[in-house]
Design a protein around this ligand. Structure first.
Ligand code: NAD
Length: 366
């Protein structure tokens, strides 16, 4: 168990600072209650970094990230930079920090929070009880394969979906290790009826599965998976995908939760793990104090789980979120009908989570 943790906070733009500020307060409560030494350092990324340093990922931010035990990121992006070429925009800082930290496994939980099933576009009886963890390969496949080109004279363009066996083995092991601690099932997604790269993927995952006799493995074609995920989300535990399929399916699975503001993520396996809520900088609500901080707070729970080995504390944060949401606490994005007059601000919602956490140990709330 890690007692000391250097956490770099790169809050970024828009609602990034609002929600990461609350995630940090939750982490401080955990440190205080458990007697841990969490050290926080803040550095700019995205639009605020362009304003201050002329670049979306200053060297000083990258250096601090590489020198930390974990990076907690808010969100990047601001309309005022839309005229810049993509390589100079705030989002370029995000892509660069992800690449430099080098995580190859992107973890995206999709959980049907009790009390929020009405918020999903799917019927409550379909989503209730769903608890899925996507493990998406992040550094290979179509997004990185060569050759890649848009040949304008030939009016043709091409990309390459390429995987090596080793790339599949390492991400498959992450999925099976995680499944061992959950409900012991891995669903591997591919298109092995058409793509050779998927045939390699399927053969390799099947081979890795032999090292995990206690974990059940099933294979699903990506097209069928897109349908089953909406029809029977409860039947999945860990879902293992290559890069492109995971990009699409993990977003699709986000609808189970009912709000973008509830979704956390972690990218692990590189030099330093990177933790970020799934949502963006939400310029339409930035500065209003109404953003949902729960995605960022749940991201902090993932940080404790995967970078500090503090499973009990991570689970306690998730239980606190479950409790407050179950009791009807709602930020504006979650409120429906009669709940709307009682909506909570970002800080009020986060305070409820800290209160629920403190009740666990009888600690005081800050
Ligand atoms: P977005 O996720 O910022 O917002 C989409 C919608 O969801 C908006 O209506 C927003 O108000 C709402 N929303 C998002 N998070 C919320 C929260 N925590 N609480 C309540 N409501 C929330 O996506 P977008 O509008 O497409 O993009 C806005 C900017 O963010 C763009 O510049 C985009 O490039 C950037 N972006 C960044 C990331 C990231 O940093 N990881 C991800 C996606 C988009």
């Amino acid at each position: 168990m890690t007692k000391k943790l250097k956490i770099l906070v790169v809050a970024g733009d828009g609602i990034g600072p609002e929600v990461t500020g609350e995630a940090v307060r939750v982490l401080r409560s955990v440190a205080e209650q458990g007697g841990y030494d969490f050290q926080f350092r803040e550095e700019p990324i995205g639009g605020v970094a362009i304003d201050a340093h002329g670049t979306p990922l200053p060297e000083s931010t990258l250096k601090a990230a590489l020198d930390s035990d974990a990076v907690l990121l808010g969100a990047v992006g601001h309309n005022k930079f839309n005229a810049l070429p993509p390589s100079e925009r705030p989002e370029a800082g995000l892509l660069k920090i992800r690449a430099e930290l080098g995580g190859f496994a992107n973890l995206r939980p999709s959980f049907a929070w009790p009390g929020l099933s009405q918020n999903s576009p799917l019927r409550p009886e379909v989503v209730e009880g769903a608890d899925i963890l996507f493990v998406r390969e992040l550094l290979g496949g179509l997004y990185f394969g060569h050759p890649r080109q848009w040949d304008k004279t030939a009016n043709a363009a091409w990309n390459t979906m390429r995987y090596t066996r080793d790339e599949v083995v390492r991400v498959a092991k992450v999925a099976f290790d995680l499944a061992q601690k959950r409900r012991k099932k891995v669903t591997s997604v591919d298109k092995a009826n058409v793509l050779e790269v998927s045939q390699l993927w399927r053969a390799t995952v099947t081979e890795v599965a032999k090292e995990y006799p206690g974990v059940a493995l099933e294979h699903q074609y990506v097209d069928a998976m897109a349908m089953h995920l909406m029809n029977q989300p409860r039947s999945y535990d860990v879902v293992l995908t290559e890069n492109l399929f995971g990009d699409i399916l993990s977003d699709e699975a986000g609808v189970i939760t009912g709000s973008l503001g509830m979704l956390p993520s972690a990218t692990i396996g590189g030099k330093v793990n990177l933790y970020e809520p799934v949502h963006g900088s939400a310029p339409d609500i930035a500065g209003k104090g109404i953003a949902n901080p729960l995605g960022a707070i749940l991201t902090a729970a993932m940080l404790l789980r995967y970078s500090a080995g503090l499973e009990e504390e991570a689970a306690a944060i998730e239980a606190a979120v479950k409790k407050v949401v179950g009791e009807g606490a709602r930020t504006a994005d979650l409120a429906r009908g009669a709940e709307k007059p009682q909506v909570l601000s970002t800080t009020q919602m986060a305070a409820k989570v800290r209160e629920a956490l403190a009740v666990r140990t009888g600690a005081s709330v800050r």
